[in-house]
Ligand binder design. Structure first.
Ligand code: 5GP
Length: 192
């Protein structure tokens, strides 16, 4: 009998761990310290991109020693589960005004760069004091538009990864590490 989705042990579906829980903890700590140092004395607003960035953002703010505001924007990109078309729709806008604030966009992964390219244009039209990007993961060799990152956590090979906020079909976000999926998980869906 096939296992029900709720019976599934998520780690059983992982092929390789690309970034371990320990590596993540250390890097998030370094990033939190660095950002706190760079923005000390400034009105900082972290803008998390839903849904993927919520795990990273939650860990990051707890490694920051300065006062910081947080807000979220939810976007959906038209395209298949694993490719981005660059056409982005805002599903939930920011609740707060970012005019004159120092805004740091917090993203889970930079792949083609099309999503961030759209967001930079959209958010800069709201006249923040500054606008920078922190992407936890950067996918090697995939960027189609140049995106200048102020901070990044890790560079991973050009492969589909899950965990630490990143999903496949809305699952695996709660894995505490970043890894690749076994082929058997997605072979029927042809995501790669
Ligand atoms: P981009 O616009 O840079 O191509 O794509 C950014 C978005 O695509 C990310 O925020 C994420 O939602 C999704 N994405 C890109 N690569 C991956 C990946 O390897 N795994 C997962 N789970 N999502 C990805």
């Amino acid at each position: 009998m096939e296992a029900n989705v709720t019976d599934r042990v998520l780690s059983d579906d992982i092929e390789d761990v690309i970034v371990s829980e320990e590596q993540i903890k250390l890097r998030v700590r370094e990033l939190g310290r660095q950002i706190s140092e760079d923005y000390r004395g400034k009105d900082l607003m972290l803008v998390g991109i839903l849904r993927g960035a919520f795990v990273f953002l939650a860990d990051l703010i707890r490694e920051m020693g300065i006062s910081v505001e947080t807000d979220f924007i939810a976007i959906s990109s038209y395209g298949s589960a694993s490719t981005t078309s660059g056409v982005v729709r805002i599903l939930k806008d920011l609740d707060d005004d970012i005019a004159d604030k120092h805004v740091l966009i917090v993203e889970d992964i930079l792949d083609t760069g099309l999503t961030l390219n759209y967001l930079i244009k959209n958010l800069s039209s709201r006249r923040p004091a500054s606008l920078e990007i922190c992407s936890f993961i950067v996918k090697e060799g995939k960027q189609r538009v140049p995106i200048r990152l102020k901070y990044s956590g890790f560079t991973v090979p050009n492969t589909f990864v899950v965990g630490y906020g990143l999903d496949y079909a809305q699952m695996y976000r709660n894995l505490p590490f970043i890894g690749t999926l076994k082929r058997s998980v997605y072979e029927d869906d042809a995501i790669l």
